[in-house]
Design a protein around this ligand. Structure first.
Ligand code: FES
Length: 130
């Protein structure tokens, strides 16, 4: 199975007006929620959750990216640290089951539809010879 990586900014704020709650950033809270949600769907081995210190989208927390070799890359912004994990995890399940990552738009969780900021094509598999 192709390894999927879920990058999550661990530094993102809870909201534009609230950096942290009880000393925990919004991004770190989202990571903890995602760990539970992925495990609940038995995706902890198929999806590697990779915290990132900053993804340069600080004005639109929380920021997440889903990528795998040969698949589309999705960049999501303004994912709720409170209740965004279930939708992102559900999308991870769809993405891992889809050979090229092209999960039909209408089948994606509504929160993921709204949070999708960018979709990038797969990287070329072979680099040009030199
Ligand atoms: S702090 Fe999350 S993108 Fe910069």
């Amino acid at each position: 199975m192709t390894q999927t990586t879920l990058f999550v900014c661990s530094s993102c704020r809870f909201s534009p007006n609230e950096a942290s709650r009880n000393g925990i950033s919004g991004g770190q809270h989202l990571i903890e929620q995602l760990q539970q949600a992925l495990a609940a769907q038995n995706l902890q081995d198929a999806v590697h959750l990779e915290p990132v210190r900053c993804m340069a989208g600080c004005q639109q927390p929380c920021n997440v990216s889903l990528a795998a070799p040969g698949k589309l890359t999705f960049i999501l912004s303004q994912v709720s640290p409170i209740d965004g994990a279930a939708s992102v995890s559900a999308f991870c399940q769809q993405y891992t089951a889809c050979a090229d990552g092209r999960v039909p738009y209408r089948e994606r969780p509504v929160a993921v539809q709204k949070a999708t900021a960018f979709v990038l094509p797969p990287l070329p598999i072979n680099s040009p010879s030199t």
